[in-house]
Design a protein around this ligand. Structure first.
Ligand code: ZN
Length: 220
């Protein structure tokens, strides 16, 4: 499933046909003003004007994720490659500004959406004609226009590694409470009193609560 946007902005600069490919192009916005405080808003305002440019996502310096073009339409981000690639613009005033941790996190979330929805592999593919993720400067189209984004400060290893790293498991059993322990003991008592029940049938939540009671009694 695609990442959840923090805001949605509509651009008239779209082709009303789907992307016919399996590549995602990473861009940097580069207004030319270092640490430009209005890089994010400025980019979005620019994309709202007819006849300029667009991308599927714009990622702000604080990791804000703006959805500009839906994934089933083409954005105007890479000339001939608009046909076969989705585009993500990461805000950066000038190349030496680098990228923030929050931007890497947001980019990971957005790109995992493409992996899930379109089967894009977690590969730095270095061309727009293979499945994976590629920098604009690495594509034939980008080279022909002298593009240098996202640039040398974009950490491809960090980015690709982040796509493959599993999210930490969220514990599904809530922390036991006294109330929960009393319920669990009552449930266990009922099973034992029935003479036929099996304590293995207790819920995971009850088992965790009973474990907590035992550990507490043992002073752990
Ligand atoms: Zn670009």
């Amino acid at each position: 499933m695609a990442a959840t946007p923090d805001l949605i902005v509509h651009s008239p600069n779209v082709n009303d046909r789907p992307v016919n490919g399996v590549t995602v192009i990473i861009h940097a916005t580069r207004s030319g003003k270092s640490m430009n405080p209005t890089e994010f808003e400025g980019t979005l305002n620019y994309m709202k004007q007819a006849g300029t440019a667009s991308s599927h996502w714009v990622i702000g310096p604080e990791g804000q994720k703006a959805r500009v073009v839906e994934d089933n339409r083409q954005a105007w981000h890479a000339g001939a490659d608009n046909d076969n690639a989705w585009g993500i613009e990461v805000c950066q005033g000038v190349e030496s500004d680098g990228f923030t941790d929050l931007q890497y996190d947001a980019l990971r979330d957005v790109c995992r959406g493409y992996m899930a929805d379109f089967g894009i592999p977690a590969i730095h593919c270095r061309t727009s004609f293979q499945p994976g993720f590629v920098g604009h400067q690495e594509t034939d189209q980008g080279k022909s226009f002298g593009k240098s984004d996202p640039g040398a400060l974009f950490d491809w290893n960090r980015f690709i590694d982040s796509l493959m790293t599993e999210e930490p498991e969220v514990p599904t059993v809530p922390q036991p409470t006294l109330q929960g322990a009393l319920v669990a003991m009552a449930n266990a008592g009922a099973i034992m009193a029935s003479g036929t029940g099996n304590l293995l049938n207790l819920s995971d939540e009850d088992k965790a609560a009973l474990r907590w009671v035992v550990e507490t009694a043992e002073g752990k």
